[in-house]
Design a protein around this ligand. Structure first.
Ligand code: GTP
Length: 246
C-alpha cells in the first residue's frame, strides 16, 4: 500500500464513532485501524462505555474485540472502558484523547454505543463524528436518537456486502433524503452518507479519504479552529461541572 505522506503531516485528529450494538463498530475499527497502521499512522482506540454510568455493566468490554489491531505495535487500544458518571467518563476520555495525541498517535478513534447520552458528549470532544449503522431501518434503529444523527459529519451504512447490498443501498438513499432536512452543523460541510463493508473492506479507503477531506476543509476554512475552541470550551464546561475548575 502506498504511504500517503501528506496524510500524516497535518497533525493529530480525533474521530468519534458511534452506532447501535451489532452495527459492526469493532469490525470497522479493526479494518480501518489496520489500513491506517499499514499507511504508517499511529492509531489509538478509546472505548466509552455508556452502561457504566447507569448499570455498572459493560457493553464494550466483555468480549475480545479487535484482536488483530490489539497485536499491532502501532495501535493502542484502551483495554477497559472507563467507568463512573458521564461527567467522569467525559473528563477522562478528554484527557485520554489529549494524552494519545501528545504521545504521537495521530489518529484517535473514540468509540461509543449509540444508545445513551455518552455519544453526545463524545461528539462534542472530537474533530469529526461518524455514525455507523446497519443496513436496517425502523425497529432495529429505534434506540438511535434523532439528535445523534444531527451530530454526524458522516454516516456509514455498514454490511453492504452479499445479500445486504440491496438493503444497504435503500437505507443509504433514505438517510441522504432525511439528512437534507436536518439542521446543518457546519457552513462548509454537508454530511456524507456512504456504504461500506467492514468485513470485506470495501469502501473503507474511500471513507477515510472523505474523513481526510473533512479534516482538511476544517483546517483550511478556519471552521476547524472554531470547532477546536468549542471543544476546549466544552472540556472546560465539563471540568467546571466536575468541580475541577471553580
Ligand atoms: N456481513 C457483514 N457482517 C458484519 C460486517 N461488520 C460486522 N459484521 C458482523 O456483525 C456482527 C457485529 O459486529 P461487531 O463488530 O461485533 O459489532 P459492534 O457494533 O462492535 O457490536 P457491540 O460491541 O455489541 O456494540 C458480527 O457478527 C460481525 O461479524 C460487515 O461489514 N458485513
Amino acid at each position: 500500500m502506498i504511504l500517503k505522506e501528506e496524510e500524516n503531516s497535518a497533525g493529530a485528529s480525533s474521530e468519534g464513532l458511534s452506532g447501535p450494538p451489532g452495527a459492526g463498530k469493532s469490525t470497522f475499527i479493526e479494518c480501518l485501524g489496520k489500513m491506517l497502521t499499514e499507511r504508517k499512522h499511529k492509531v489509538s482506540v478509546l472505548a466509552v462505555d455508556p452502561s457504566s454510568s447507569t448499570s455498572g455493566g459493560s457493553l464494550l468490554g466483555d468480549k475480545t474485540r479487535m484482536t488483530e489491531l490489539s497485536r499491532d505495535t502501532n495501535a493502542y487500544i484502551r483495554p477497559s472502558p472507563t467507568r463512573g458518571t458521564l461527567g467522569g467518563v467525559t473528563r477522562t476520555t478528554n484527557e485520554a484523547i489529549l494524552l494519545c495525541e501528545g504521545g504521537g498517535y495521530d489518529v484517535v478513534l473514540v468509540e461509543t454505543v449509540g444508545v445513551g447520552q455518552s455519544e453526545f458528549a463524545v461528539a462534542d470532544m472530537v474533530d469529526m463524528f461518524v455514525l455507523l449503522l446497519p443496513p436496517a431501518g425502523g425497529d432495529e434503529l429505534q434506540g438511535i436518537k434523532r439528535g445523534i444523527i444531527e451530530m454526524a459529519d458522516l454516516v456509514a451504512i455498514n454490511k453492504a456486502d452479499g445479500d445486504l447490498v440491496v438493503p444497504a443501498r435503500r437505507i443509504q438513499a433514505e438517510y441522504i433524503s432525511a439528512m437534507k432536512l436536518l439542521r446543518k452543523r457546519s457552513k462548509v460541510w454537508r454530511p456524507k452518507v456512504m456504504r461500506i463493508s467492514a468485513k470485506t473492506g470495501e469502501g473503507i479507503s474511500d471513507m477515510w479519504d472523505k474523513m481526510t477531506e473533512f479534516r482538511d476543509l476544517m483546517l483550511t476554512s478556519g471552521w476547524g479552529n472554531a470547532l477546536s475552541s468549542e471543544i476546549l470550551h466544552n472540556f472546560g464546561c465539563w471540568k467546571i461541572k466536575c468541580g475541577e475548575i471553580k
